[in-house]
Design a protein around this ligand. Structure first.
Ligand code: A2H
Length: 267
């Protein structure tokens, strides 16, 4: 893509009680006492306060790597191999090594088997959120894990509303109601004018976006919502309520990193 490296923030979403999760049963000896983390890659870390779920691709496998945290303890990250390679080059300790060209995964699991995992997501108003499938996740960008903020991301809005409005569609995909239904969209940013507190919904409706397959329109919606939110928006949820989004981004990144709930990552 661009010439300059893109700066992402990786937000650590923790899997609750991994030993009770069926998909992990064959790997519990490998996981041991370590936390299992879904590392969500985002350009908008200030939006953590609006998380309703986490997106996983049902179309590729996620690989497990032991990544050292700030305290020097290992956590098991589920992500793409490419993300693990990038981390190695960025001086993360992965599977006990650093600055090497590649590393073996501890194990791998199909994304389709990772749907419905209960997670603790930093700063979310909901004590537990769940992993849900998003077919358009790219395997070559970020970590392959996307935190979902339907109030301010058109992709997240379109995928989330499809699931919330269509019980038959959920049933067809094997998605339980309790993973979706209790999670109403939380307004987190207000922009002056028409977009108000529901930027993603209003732009998706204005552009008549019908579903995740309207890729070109979604691209356009992303640009409009991003420009409005980032440059004119003010936070209306979370610890930085009343602050400009551009300021809240810096403060939230620092706060999450200080708590070792986020890490900086480039690609
Ligand atoms: B953003 P860029 Cl609220 N596949 O985070 C598809 N999308 C991915 C991805 C992948 N492998 N990895 C990350 N992303 C998403 C928040 C957000 C984001 C908001 C508003 C806009 C927005 C909550 N989702 O991004 O192509 C992540 O969603 C709009 C650009 O590398 C990440 O930031 O520029 C963004 O796409 C990175 O996209």
């Amino acid at each position: 893509e661009g010439v300059l490296p893109q700066e992402y923030t990786i937000v650590k979403l923790k899997v609750q009680n991994p030993s009770s999760i069926e998909a992990f049963a064959p790997f519990l000896d490998i996981i041991g006492q370590r936390e299992v983390i879904l590392p969500g890659a985002t350009l908008r870390p200030e939006t953590v306060v609006g998380q309703t779920n986490c997106w996983i691709s049902p179309n590729f496998a996620y690989k497990a790597y032991a990544v050292k945290n700030a305290a020097g303890q290992e956590e098991v990250f589920l992500m793409t191999q490419k993300a693990a390679r990038n981390m190695l080059y960025q001086n993360f300790t992965v599977n006990g090594t650093i600055a090497t060209s590649d590393v073996e995964a501890l194990f791998e699991i199909d994304g389709a088997k990772l749907i419905g995992l209960p997670l603790t997501a930093p700063m979310s108003r909901f004590p537990t959120i769940y992993t849900l499938p998003m077919a358009t996740i790219s395997e070559s960008k970020g970590t392959g894990v996307v935190m979902s903020v339907p109030a301010d991301s058109p992709d997240d809005y379109i995928n989330f509303t499809q699931l919330i409005k269509k019980p038959e569609y959920r049933a067809k995909l094997g998605i339980k109601d309790e993973w979706v239904v209790p999670f109403e969209i939380i307004p987190i940013i207000e922009v002056p004018g028409e977009l108000g507190r529901e930027s993603a919904r209003i732009v998706c409706e204005r552009l008549k976006i019908n579903g995740p397959k309207d890729a070109d329109l979604l691209e356009e919606a992303k640009k409009i919502v991003y420009q409005a939110g980032f440059y004119q928006g003010v936070m209306i949820e979370g610890p930085y309520t009343g602050e400009k989004v551009s300021i809240a981004k810096v403060k939230m990144t620092k706060e999450l990193m200080d708590q070792d709930l986020a890490i900086r990552y480039f690609e």
